[in-house]
Design a protein around this ligand. Structure first.
Ligand SMILES: [Zn+2]
Length: 414
């Protein structure tokens, strides 16, 4: 692989030393940068960087003059449902007319709607649609993502989704983590047979996903009218038997008790958290489970936002992700999430940036390979026009995209 040497970078943002793997509380407000910088990328990884007065052109046969363009580490999306069969714009119209999330579900919409279409789509078509979607995310700055199952809701469907994620991993230019979310909703055919469906997950799906190496994590929609804390606990413990860690959906629709269960069993992260109070914050403080906010979902559903300001003010780390899915967040644009984090959750541009980079990398156990400008990390970077500062990006909401992306040390598209 050829080298890439960038010089005259207007500003190189997001520099961390290799021992900083997570930022908490006040530390989230700092983003280190070098003005007028250079960076040397070898074999797809960051070899070295520094200010231009330490750069010697004679050491390199070929350099790229960035003419003041600014460079950031790429963003990480630690929570998506990107592998879905089709979009659900008909529910959008219902929503505009005032139907609630629960009413849409009752009318055959929601997760069960996607489950129905998943049965009808071939694995090839699912892969093709998902690959197109994945490639659309990269120009918005995403350089690593997580994808969940949860629209299969039976053995065949869940495995179809997980296999599609596995195929995507092989062809994707950016790394992917896969999560088994069979406990997303109770499928129609198990309407009066909860225990049977749960056993299905515990005795069939988790062991099979483990055996075929299909799931990096397991997830549960721990919410009122979906899955209880006791059921969540059973799924987490079964996954643990196979050495699979969990990421849990909790406290979106109500205070479900999900935070307590997620922390008790050392989930990597607990996601949503729109309905948490001081009690949950105290529980999070005593654990290593990362709180994840999904502001795009609150925006789209016109529901309350996660109390992210309070979370950070209590000294906790915070992660931001898109929740990209066809029902409650049909956009995987993390730059918009960045802006929402500032305007709606009152984070500083720097706090939101750290929540989308190093902390988001930690939520997928990638903190040693992604999430900052650090020697040895993967060189997947966002390039913006000259004179764009970090604050400019969330300020110009839905307007500023990177002018170039660098993925694995090469300008993208390759
Ligand atoms: Zn989700």
């Amino acid at each position: 692989m050829s080298d890439l040497i960038l010089k005259n970078i207007g500003c190189l943002y997001g520099i961390l030393d290799s021992s900083t793997l997570l930022l908490k509380g006040e530390d989230m407000n700092t983003v280190n940068s070098i003005s007028n910088a250079w960076i040397v990328i070898k074999n797809g990884t960051i070899e070295d960087f520094g200010p231009m007065d330490t750069f010697d052109d004679r050491n390199y046969s070929k350099t790229v003059d960035m003419q003041g363009k600014v460079v950031f580490p790429g963003l990480i999306d630690s929570h998506t449902h990107l592998v879905f069969p089709k979009t659900r714009e008909e529910e959008f119209a219902m929503k505009i007319k005032g139907a609630t999330y629960a009413e849409i579900a009752a009318a055959g919409g929601g997760i069960l709607n996607s489950a129905k279409s998943l049965k009808e789509i071939t694995e090839n078509d699912l892969l093709e649609a998902s690959q197109k979607r994945l490639h659309k995310l990269i120009p918005f700055g995403s350089v690593g993502i997580e994808i969940k199952s949860g629209y299969g809701l039976d053995f065949e469907g869940e495995i179809k989704q997980l296999r599609t994620i596995q195929s995507l991993k092989k062809i994707s230019p950016i790394p992917i983590r896969s999560t088994l979310l069979a406990a997303h909703a109770l499928p129609t055919e198990f309407k009066n047979k909860r225990e049977e469906y749960l056993n299905y997950i515990l005795e069939k799906l988790i062991p099979y996903a483990y055996q075929e190496n299909l799931a990096d994590y397991v997830d549960v929609f721990c919410e009122e009218n979906f899955f209880t804390t006791v059921e969540t606990e059973r799924i987490m413990l079964k996954a643990k038997e196979f050495g699979i860690k969990s990421k849990i959906h909790a406290n979106q629709l109500a205070n479900s008790g999900g935070v307590q269960i997620a922390c008790k069993h050392q989930a990597i992260s607990v996601d949503h958290l729109e309905n948490i109070g001081i009690e949950e914050i105290e529980v999070l403080k005593k654990s290593n489970t990362l709180p994840v906010a999904l502001p795009g979902c609150s925006y789209y559903l016109n529901m309350q936002y996660t109390p992210a300001r309070q979370i950070i003010d209590h000294g906790l780390p915070l992660v931001i992700a898109s929740d990209f899915n066809p029902g409650s967040a049909p956009s995987g644009n993390l730059l918009f999430s960045w802006s929402l984090a500032c305007t709606k959750m009152k984070l500083s541009p720097q706090e939101a940036f750290n929540a989308l980079t190093i902390n988001a990398a930690a939520a997928l156990e990638w903190e040693n390979i992604l999430g900052s400008i650090t020697k040895g990390k993967i060189a997947s970077l966002m390039v913006f026009e000259a004179n764009i500062s970090l604050e400019h990006i969330p300020y110009h909401f839905a307007m500023l995209n990177p002018c170039q992306m660098i993925i694995n040390g090469k300008f993208y598209p390759y």
